[in-house]
Design a protein around this ligand. Structure first.
Ligand code: HEC
Ligand code: HEC
Length: 368
C-alpha cells in the first residue's frame, strides 16, 4: 500500500513505469527511501548498489555537494561548473574542461545521465569502476578542483549545515571520504534521462517525422557494401552501423572502442591497462541528450553533430587505430554512401534523444 501511495505521489511520467523503492537497512537513525520512476519497457532494471541504497537524505546531501564550490581549493568551482544540467551535465562550450585558476584539462567534459547502467567504468578511459570513488577524483585532480579530501573534510566539518545533513543521511556528524563519495554517488544515480521524444515514440505516445524515421533506420542498419543495383534513395541500403556501438535504449556500449578518429595522441584505455591493443580506445559514451553535450569526442574535436556524422561517413582511411581490429568501423569504412539528405536525417534522429524534462527538472538543479 505504501509502495502504491509513493508511486502515485511521485510517478509523474505518462507511460508504464517501474517504481524503485530501496531497502534501507535498520539503523538507529531513520532515513526515507528515495523513489523514482522510469520506463521499464525501455531501460534495463535499476542497478542500485546494495551497500548504498538511495535515501532522500543521502540524495539531498549529494545534490548539495555537487553544486557547492566548497569542494574546490579556492571555492570557485563545483562539480556543476563542468557538469551543467541544461547542457546534459556537460560544459557545453569548452573543448577541454577548465579547472580552478584557469588550468586547462586534457579531455572534454562528459555528460552525466543514466550512470546507474554504466556501473562498469567511468571517464573516457574507464579508469574508475566505482562511482563513489570516481566522485572523489575531480576534487583531487590538479587540473580540476585541485583540493585534498582531507581539506574538504575539515571545511565541511566546520559547517553546521553539512554536519546536520551528514547526520541525517548517514547517522553521524563525522564526515569522511566514504560518506562524501556515497552521497555524490546517490545523487548522480538519480539523474535518469528517459523522457525524450525517442522514449515517447517508443511508448506509442508520439510519432517520428519522416526525416527522423529515416535517420533511425540508418542508425540501426548494418553497413553493407554498396553495389550498383541498390536504390540510392532507399535508406535501408545505407546502414551507418551506429547501433553496434551506441545501441539499445542507453545509446552506449560497455566496451572501450575506437571510432576511427585521425591524429589521436591520448592513449585512452591503453593508458590505463597498459595493453597496447587498447591504445586510442575510449568509452563509446551515451548519445542521450547529445544535441546539448557538444563539443564531441574525448578531445572535443567536433563542434557540431553534422561534423560527427561527416567523420563517420567520410574517409576513415587515416584513422590512428587499426580499424582491422574494429569490425564495425571496418564495415563502415568500406561501405557507406549517404546523401546529404540521409546525413541530415541521421542528425535529426539524434536530436530526438533530447530530454527537456531531464534538462530542466527541479530535483536535479542547484539547491542553493
Ligand atoms: C574542471 C571541470 C570538471 C569538474 C570541476 C568536474 N568534472 Fe567531472 N568530468 C570532467 C571531465 C573533463 C571528465 C572526463 C575526464 C576523463 O575522461 O579523464 C569528467 C568525467 C566525469 C564523470 C564520468 C562520466 C562517465 O560517463 O564516465 C563523472 C561521473 C563526473 N565527471 C562527475 C563529477 C563530479 C561528481 C564532480 C565534482 C566532485 C566533477 N565531475 C567535477 C570535468 C569536470
Ligand atoms: C565501432 C564503434 C562505434 C561506431 C560504429 C559508432 N561509434 Fe560513435 N563513438 C564511439 C566511440 C568509441 C566514441 C568515443 C570516441 C572518442 O572520444 O575518441 C564515440 C563517440 C560518439 C559521439 C560523441 C559523444 C560525445 O559525447 O562526445 C557521437 C555523437 C557519436 N559517437 C555518434 C555516432 C554515430 C551517429 C554513429 C553512426 C554513424 C556512431 N557514433 C558509430 C564508437 C562508435
Amino acid at each position: 500500500m505504501k509502495r502504491l501511495l509513493l508511486f502515485a505521489l511521485i510517478g509523474t511520467s505518462i507511460y508504464a513505469c517501474t517504481d524503485v523503492v530501496n531497502e534501507v537497512p535498520n539503523t538507529p537513525f531513520s532515513t526515507t527511501p528515495y523513489t523514482f520512476t522510469y520506463n521499464k519497457n525501455l531501460l534495463p532494471p535499476a542497478r542500485i548498489p546494495k551497500d548504498n541504497p538511495l535515501t532522500q537524505e543521502g540524495v539531498a546531501l549529494g545534490r548539495m555537494l555537487f553544486y557547492d564550490p566548497i569542494l574546490s581549493a579556492d571555492s570557485t568551482q563545483s562539480c556543476a561548473s563542468c557538469h551543467n544540467q541544461k547542457d546534459g551535465f556537460t560544459d557545453n562550450q569548452l573543448q577541454y574542461s577548465i579547472g580552478i585558476r584557469g588550468t586547462v584539462g586534457k579531455r572534454n567534459s562528459m555528460s552525466i545521465a543514466n550512470l546507474m547502467w554504466h556501473l562498469d567504468g567511468f571517464f573516457w578511459d574507464g579508469r574508475s569502476d566505482i562511482l563513489r570513488h570516481q566522485a572523489l577524483m575531480p576534487i583531487e585532480d590538479p587540473t580540476e578542483m585541485d583540493e585534498t579530501i582531507g581539506n574538504v573534510v575539515v571545511k565541511l566539518s566546520n559547517s553546521l549545515m553539512y554536519k546536520e545533513a551528514f547526520e541525517k543521511a548517514f547517522g553521524s556528524t563525522v564526515i569522511n571520504d566514504e560518506t562524501i563519495g556515497k552521497s555524490l554517488e546517490q545523487f548522480m544515480l538519480t539523474l535518469v534521462s528517459a523522457n525524450s521524444k525517442f522514449d515517447r515514440v517508443m511508448a506509442g505516445l508520439e510519432t517520428f517525422t519522416v526525416q527522423e524515421q529515416t535517420g533511425r533506420t540508418i542508425f540501426n542498419a548494418e553497413a553493407i557494401p554498396l553495389n550498383e543495383e541498390q536504390d540510392p534513395n532507399n535508406p535501408q541500403n545505407f546502414g551507418a552501423d551506429c547501433f553496434h556501438c551506441h545501441g539499445n535504449s542507453l545509446f552506449m556500449s560497455r566496451e572501450y572502442l575506437t571510432n576511427g578518429l585521425p591524429n589521436v595522441t591520448d592513449l585512452g584505455r591503453g593508458g590505463v591497462n597498459g595493453n597496447t591493443r587498447d591504445n586510442y580506445k575510449f568509452k563509446a559514451t551515451t548519445l542521450r541528450n547529445v544535441e546539448k553535450t557538444g563539443p564531441y569526442m574525448h578531445d572535443g574535436r567536433f563542434g557540431t553533430l553534422e561534423e560527427v556524422v561527416q567523420h563517420y561517413l567520410g574517409d576513415l582511411s587515416d584513422a590512428t587505430s587499426d580499424l582491422g581490429n574494429e569490425p564495425n568501423m571496418h564495415a563502415l569504412r568500406d561501405s557507406v554512401y549517404l546523401s546529404e539528405d540521409h546525413k541530415a536525417a541521421l542528425v535529426s534522429f539524434l536530436k530526438t534523444l533530447t530530454d527537456e524534462e531531464f534538462l530542466t527538472k527541479e530535483e536535479y538543479s542547484n539547491p542553493f
